[in-house]
Design a binder for this molecule. Structure first.
Ligand SMILES: NC(=O)c1ccc[n+]([C@@H]2O[C@H](COP(=O)([O-])OP(=O)(O)OC[C@H]3O[C@@H](n4cnc5c(N)ncnc54)[C@H](O)[C@@H]3O)[C@@H](O)[C@H]2O)c1
Length: 271
């Protein structure tokens, strides 16, 4: 990709950038001249992407509040500024093949009008405290920690753009991944509230709600479930990470100067 230069001199900090969409965001911002601090809990992923885009690799678990503060402070100490933060790191709920099989049987029973034959999936009543905590911690706490750490510097500088990666499941939850949907809905609320608080101080906070995107996050999902999901996407296919990167690039840069606490879906018609 040729460097358009429109982000030259800026410092962008991206979480979960060692894979999938985060890596695509790193490539897109670097292509426009940003120096990208490529962070991920997976140090090897961060190093590989940072090497590719000429950025700075950093290992960071976004669920660790002190580590997040230190990583952002270190970035400002090293580079003198932080202009862009993309809160992207995330995890997917694991899929259980027995539940998937039951879901398919239930769907067939529904289509045949046999409602009395439905067997409960029990997803909610079997969800453990640990799984619920981790999901909320990585997504909602992680996004809050990032916003807080970056906003300290950005409000002082009266400049900055924060993009939070939520999901269509935060706008239109589906049965099953309740903790994921709740975390993403929380990120949308955080975005709107903080976006309003800091709007007059030159800092913009916005959210992107991707639909289904072809990344390693979904590769552990049951192919039957994925087939059923894709069949419901009006656009007829999943997105590629690069398609989301265009929207994130817009929100990261000065072109989106009147976006404050706003929420943007790119969902192929799902949202
Ligand atoms: N793929 C989709 O269909 C889809 C749809 C909507 C939203 N999203 C969201 O997009 C974001 C990126 O997901 P992706 O699809 O590119 O997945 P991915 O698995 O390819 O990338 C996620 C990255 O986050 C990192 N990560 C996980 N836990 C972390 C932690 N605690 N701290 C730091 N890094 C951590 C992983 O190591 C990985 O590199 C996530 O927030 C996800 O919820 C994905």
């Amino acid at each position: 990709m040729t460097n358009s230069g429109t982000l030259t001199g800026t410092i962008a900090f991206i979480t979960g950038a060692g894979s999938g969409m985060g890596a695509a965001f790193a490539r897109r911002l670097a292509a426009d001249g940003a120096h990208v601090v490529v962070t991920d809990i997976n140090a090897d992923g961060a190093t590989a992407v940072a090497t590719e885009v000429g950025g700075t690799p950093m290992q960071l678990d976004v669920a660790d509040s002190r580590a997040f503060d230190a990583a952002v402070d270190d970035t400002v100490a090293r580079h003198g500024r932080i202009d862009i933060l993309i809160n992207n790191a995330g995890i997917a709920p694991p899929t259980d093949s027995t539940k998937v099989e039951q879901m398919v049987l239930n769907q067939i029973a529904r289509m045949e009008g046999r409602i009395d034959d439905l067997v409960p999936a029990n997803t909610t009543i079997e969800l453990s405290d640990e799984d619920f905590d981790r999901m909320i911690k990585v997504h909602l706490y992680g996004t809050f920690y990032g916003i807080r750490a970056a906003a300290r510097h950005m409000t002082a500088a009266r400049s900055g753009s924060i993009v939070n990666i939520a999901s269509v499941l935060g706008l239109r939850p589906m049965a099953g991944p309740l903790h994921y949907a709740a975390a993403k809905a929380g990120i949308i609320a955080l975005t709107k509230s903080v976006g309003q608080e800091v709007a007059a101080f030159g800092v913009r906070v916005n959210a992107v709600c991707p639909g289904w995107v072809d990344t390693p996050l979904l590769h552990q999902m049951d192919p039957v479930v994925m087939g059923a999901i894709v069949s419901q996407i009006p656009r007829g296919r999943m997105a590629q990470p690069e398609e989301l990167a265009e929207l994130v690039r817009f929100l990261a840069g000065p072109e989106s100067s009147y976006c404050n606490g706003d929420v943007f879906a790119s969902s192929g018609g799902v949202a």
